[in-house]
Structures are given as structure tokens and as C-alpha cells.
Design a protein around this ligand. Structure first.
Ligand SMILES: [Zn+2]
Length: 59
């Protein structure tokens, strides 16, 4: 299992939908509050980006 968790879709574990999905948008990662790191390690939810893609819904 040497493959990284990230796939070619560019999704991080905390992403609710793939980037570019209609009706979605980037938001600050609630787990690390946008820092991208937790305790000197990359945040597992946003993969160290500090942002997650969330489904926002109809607008
Ligand atoms: Zn995070």
C-alpha cells in the first residue's frame, strides 16, 4: 500500500465533493481552521491545504 491517499481527482479526505462540482465551493477546513497542519503534521482532512471542497447546494 504505497499509494498516496490522494487520487487523480485531487480530492482530500475532508472534501465532500470533487473539485469543480456544480453547486460546490471551497471552504476553510473546519478541522485545522485553515492552518493545514495539526500538531506539526499535515491535516488529514484537507491534506495540508487548509481548504476543503464542500457541497453548498442550490443557490
Ligand atoms: Zn485541515
Amino acid at each position: 500500500m504505497a499509494d498516496p491517499p490522494e487520487t487523480t481527482t485531487g480530492m482530500a479526505p475532508g472534501d465532500e465533493v470533487p473539485p469543480g462540482t456544480p453547486g460546490s465551493g471551497e471552504d476553510v477546513c473546519p478541522r485545522c481552521a485553515g492552518a493545514g497542519r495539526l500538531h506539526d503534521a499535515p491535516c488529514p482532512d484537507c491534506a495540508g491545504t487548509g481548504r476543503v471542497t464542500r457541497a453548498i447546494g442550490g443557490g
